[in-house]
Design a protein around this ligand. Structure first.
Ligand code: HEC
Ligand code: HEC
Ligand code: HEC
Ligand code: HEC
Ligand code: HEC
Ligand code: HEC
Length: 315
């Protein structure tokens, strides 16, 4: 724990005098059990684990050769090692670098990556998840705003204290305040262990993901009762951050029984799932990047949408 606190004290974005060398020391989650809830470092690409030369070159020249990953001699904006932020991220995160978690379909390093995967890279339109760098900005369902999504639309490229370096204010409009996303992990990134880190079994969702998604999809986790409905029911849209226990229209006794491929829920006050504090959240039904299914939906049994619903509503 003291290690973790020491890490948090490192000021963000302060370039260290000397670049750290990968792999750096492991962070957080060293002992048994999940660390106590609270703000914490995002993991890789942050603090001591932010390696400038992963992404930047100073002159795009080493021994007279270009340093861009694509070998282009022309330096790129912001001294990046690829022509755009998303192409840069995908240079490592497309499955070719075994140290970096693959986010592009098909993913094979684990069976069920926590974030799912994008169907196609930049400019490939699809209804199976978020579109990266579309030809023109697309409207976010539930909002009037349109976006041309890059990796950097959701992740802070220099890291922050949020889970997975998620931006505090993704649309940048400041109308959401600072969204703090808290998810605890048993094993944190050390620069080479993606198969241990980016899997649901490594995670305990605590709070904030609904608000994060909602910062672009405004009405889907209502800012007012008129948009989502209210606990007094009927709901107008599926509730989020709503406990399963003690609800007339959710089946806690079924949820508390033996369920295979249990979907993710937030467990804000204890480490135990199933238990009475479990709350349904966007990621109970959706993968953040995409799932290969329409609307990024999770089919708990791998075959049917209904198998997800039945876990909490045994109809
Ligand atoms: C994971 C990739 C990545 C790493 C590692 C990284 N950067 Fe960046 N950096 C970017 C990207 C992408 C941009 C462009 C941001 C944009 O277009 O929104 C950027 C922009 C910048 C900028 C200009 C904009 C700004 O924020 O001031 C500076 C300066 C910078 N980086 C310095 C650094 C330093 C110093 C390090 C190491 C301590 C570092 N970066 C590590 C990806 C990275
Ligand atoms: C930075 C803004 C932004 C954030 C944050 C965001 N989204 Fe989206 N989302 C969009 C946009 C724009 C679209 C429409 C274009 C597309 O499909 O990418 C979209 C589309 C979707 C779709 C429909 C996908 C399809 O292909 O039909 C789903 C489902 C979705 N988002 C869920 C989520 C979830 C869950 C989260 C939180 C983990 C989230 N979004 C966070 C901007 C955002
Ligand atoms: C719409 C927002 C959004 C966009 C766009 C986005 N991410 Fe993510 N990403 C997330 C969220 C939310 C998570 C956490 C998923 C979880 O734990 O369920 C995540 C998780 C990750 C992870 C951890 C691996 C995993 O499966 O959980 C990596 C690596 C990552 N993103 C990289 C990227 C890269 C690279 C891009 C661009 C190609 C990108 N992300 C674009 C929201 C986004
Ligand atoms: C030089 C290769 C490289 C590049 C370029 C790169 N990454 Fe990564 N990324 C990694 C590695 C390695 C990890 C850590 C894997 C581990 O230790 O399990 C990682 C981890 C991550 C994570 C998870 C952090 C956590 O919470 O553990 C996110 C999110 C992420 N990268 C996003 C990005 C984004 C966004 C970009 C582009 C701006 C980018 N990466 C560019 C190699 C790279
Ligand atoms: C109980 C499961 C469930 C939860 C929880 C859930 N969704 Fe959905 N979502 C769905 C289903 C099913 C669809 C397919 C369309 C429909 O039925 O309305 C969908 C569709 C979507 C779409 C695409 C809409 C379109 O017009 O294409 C977006 C965006 C979306 N959800 C975002 C979110 C966000 C953001 C959250 C959390 C605040 C969330 N969802 C929580 C099940 C869920
Ligand atoms: C992780 C648990 C969970 C999952 C999975 C889930 N729900 Fe729910 N659902 C809830 C909770 C909790 C409520 C709130 C019940 C209440 O207030 O009585 C709810 C409410 C509802 C309601 C509104 C009932 C009312 O009182 O107005 C409907 C309809 C519904 N869910 C349908 C679905 C469908 C369809 C799916 C699958 C796409 C699904 N749910 C998946 C937990 C879940």
């Amino acid at each position: 724990m003291s290690l973790l606190l020491a890490t948090l004290a490192v000021p963000l974005l302060l370039a260290p005098p000397q670049e750290p060398v990968r792999p750096a020391r492991p962070r957080a989650g060293l002992g048994g059990g999940f660390p106590a809830a609270g703000p914490r470092a995002g993991g890789w690409h942050h603090g001591d684990n932010l390696v400038c030369s992963d992404c930047h070159t100073t002159h795009n020249s080493l021994h007279g050769q270009p340093m861009r990953y694509d070998g282009v001699a022309e330096p790129a904006d912001n001294l990046l090692r690829m022509g755009s932020p998303t192409e840069l991220c995908l240079y490592c995160h497309d499955g070719t670098d075994p140290a970096a978690p693959d986010v592009l379909e098909p993913v094979s390093y684990v069976a069920d990556p926590a974030g799912g995967w994008f169907t196609g890279g930049a400019g490939v339109p699809n209804d199976h998840g978020h579109d990266l760098r579309p030809a023109s900005p697309l409207q976010a369902p539930g909002s009037s705003e349109s976006f041309s999504l890059e990796c950097s639309s959701c992740h802070d490229v220099h890291g922050n204290s949020n889970y997975r370096n998620l931006l505090f204010d993704p649309p940048g409009s400041a109308d959401n305040g600072n969204v703090v996303v808290v998810v605890d992990e048993l094993v944190s990134a050390n620069g080479s262990n993606p198969a241990q880190v980016y899997v649901p079994a490594n995670l305990k969702d605590r709070s904030g993901m609904g608000e994060f998604c909602n910062s672009c999809h405004d009405n889907f986790h209502g800012k007012t009762a008129g948009e989502e409905g209210g606990a007094s029911r009927p709901w107008l849209r599926h509730p989020n951050e709503e406990t399963i226990f003690g609800k007339d229209h959710a089946d806690y006794s079924h949820w508390a029984g033996p369920i295979t491929n249990r979907v993710r829920v937030e467990t804000p006050t204890d480490d135990i799932v199933p238990s009475s504090d479990d709350r349904v959240t966007c990621l109970s039904c959706h993968k953040a990047h995409g799932s290969g299914r329409v609307d990024s939906l999770i089919y708990a049994d791998g075959l049917r949408r209904l198998s997800t619903c039945q876990q909490c509503h045994n109809q």
